[in-house]
Design a binder for this molecule. Structure first.
Ligand SMILES: [Zn+2]
Ligand SMILES: [Zn+2]
Length: 419
């Protein structure tokens, strides 16, 4: 069991720095989790000896509900966890622990109740004809994962393990979509066979949509027969929409450079682009922060127009910043999707993030690129996570100090096949 001390609460919490606040929360959490593992030992002992004999209650959970002044259902959950993590004698058999690796992690204060319940749920669903070593191996994988991962990853790994151990078992339920909705589109088929399209787009996507429709929906010049283009704007946009779909279908392998992605300009000063301080200008939208511009320019989601101090456009490595289709394919194979730990997003939803921004001289080559979904791309640009290339050429992510004081690097294991 690891050493845990109840951290001393500072007299004046308002003086504490953000690291101190984060440290206080993580230390107290660990103390609480170690304490719940200890509480479980007592409850398992009460259950084993018999709550009836000891206290005159029908079960340990009935007794604990009264002691803790909580509902019987909640007490039952606590006791169930305790019985799974502590030695309980089978009738006529030796005392065994249902989930020993999980118990060890719980005693270290590394697990929340939610982690424990997810692992126990997986273990209960493993068919009884699976050999004991395989079951123990699966439990160890989940318990080790739970020491640093969240519930989503445990559920995902658990479903993979179950599919592996019990290929004929029930299909695991799909996880809910993790990213908050930033845009939505509705398409409805009408009775006459036409479709109605409506929705809401975030500022960037909206600007890119408008730019793409404008570019492809421009009035055609008068043709050789003197015929002018009399289509109304909505009609031209409609035709542009059809054209864009053809374009998208024609170049499925070139998400970084194909057509409409690069039709919006973001105008930004070189200093602002390097530091992320100040403002930039986005077509159709107006001012955005230089931080946003840095993100938009990273994978050339928009054409960056970089200005020098005198406001003249600079040609900052225009060629080197574009990811080639070949590089993109290699990235798709290497990362298999968003490389952020625990993310499920497939390659087609990802941007190619420059680990060292091209504005700072970072090259556009595989060792400086990593696939990230738009949510995690934003998080890496704006948050405290650090991404770097490990010596074996696989990207790894260093969590912020408030998540992991030792800042132990993590990888995304979800796109790799569990064997
Ligand atoms: Zn980026
Ligand atoms: Zn992601």
């Amino acid at each position: 069991m690891s050493e845990t001390l109840v951290p001393e609460l500072p007299q004046e919490l308002w003086r504490a720095g953000k690291l101190e606040l984060a440290h206080g929360v993580t230390s107290l959490l660990q103390v609480m989790r170690v304490a719940s593992a200890g509480l479980g030992k007592y409850l398992a002992e009460v259950e084993t000896r018999g709550a009836e004999d000891l206290f005159g209650y029908g079960s340990a959970s009935r007794w604990f509900a009264d002691v803790a002044r909580i509902s019987h259902g909640d007490a039952q959950d606590v006791v169930n966890r305790a019985l799974a993590l502590n030695p309980v004698a089978e009738v006529g058999g030796e005392a065994t622990v249902f989930a020993p690796a999980t118990a060890a992690a719980a005693e270290d204060g590394a697990l929340a109740d939610q982690h424990i319940d997810l692992i126990l749920e997986v273990l209960r669903r493993i068919p009884s004809d699976v050999p004991a070593e395989e079951r123990d191996g699966a439990e160890k994988i989940l318990a080790d994962l739970a020491r640093h991962a969240g519930p989503k990853e445990i559920a995902e790994a658990g479903a993979d393990l179950l599919a592996h151990l019990d290929p004929d078992g029930a299909e695991p339920k799909d996880e809910p979509e993790p990213d908050p909705p930033r845009r939505e589109v509705f398409v409805e088929r009408r009775k006459d066979g036409f479709w109605k399209l409506s929705g809401l787009l975030d500022p960037e996507t909206g600007a890119r949509t408008a730019a793409a429709l404008d570019a492809h929906g421009a009035r055609r010049p008068v043709d050789e027969f003197g015929q002018a283009d009399h289509r109304t704007m909505p009609q031209r946009y409609g035709d542009a929409w059809a054209e864009l779909l053809d374009l998208a279908i024609a170049c499925p392998d070139q998400p970084g450079t194909s057509g409409y992605r690069t039709l919006v300009h973001v105008t930004v000063g070189l200093e602002a682009l390097r530091t992320g301080l100040g403002t930039a200008c986005l077509d159709f939208v107006g001012k955005i922060t230089a931080r946003e511009a840095r993100l938009a320019a990273c994978d050339c989601l928009m054409i960056p127009v970089v200005l020098n101090a005198a406001g003249e456009p600079l040609d900052v490595g225009r060629m080197r910043r574009f990811v080639t289709p070949g590089q993109r394919r290699a990235l798709n194979i290497r990362d298999g999707g968003c490389a952020f730990p625990g993310c499920h997003r497939a390659p087609k939803h990802c941007h190619a993030h420059h680990i060292r921004h091209w504005a700072d001289g970072g090259p556009t080559d595989l060792r400086n690129l990593v696939l990230l979904c738009s949510f995690h791309h934003r998080l890496v640009h704006h948050g405290d996570w650090l991404v770097r290339m490990a010596p074996d050429g696989i990207p790894e992510f260093v969590p912020p100090q408030y998540l992991d004081p030792l800042r132990h690097p993590r990888r995304n294991l979800l796109h790799r096949v569990v064997t």
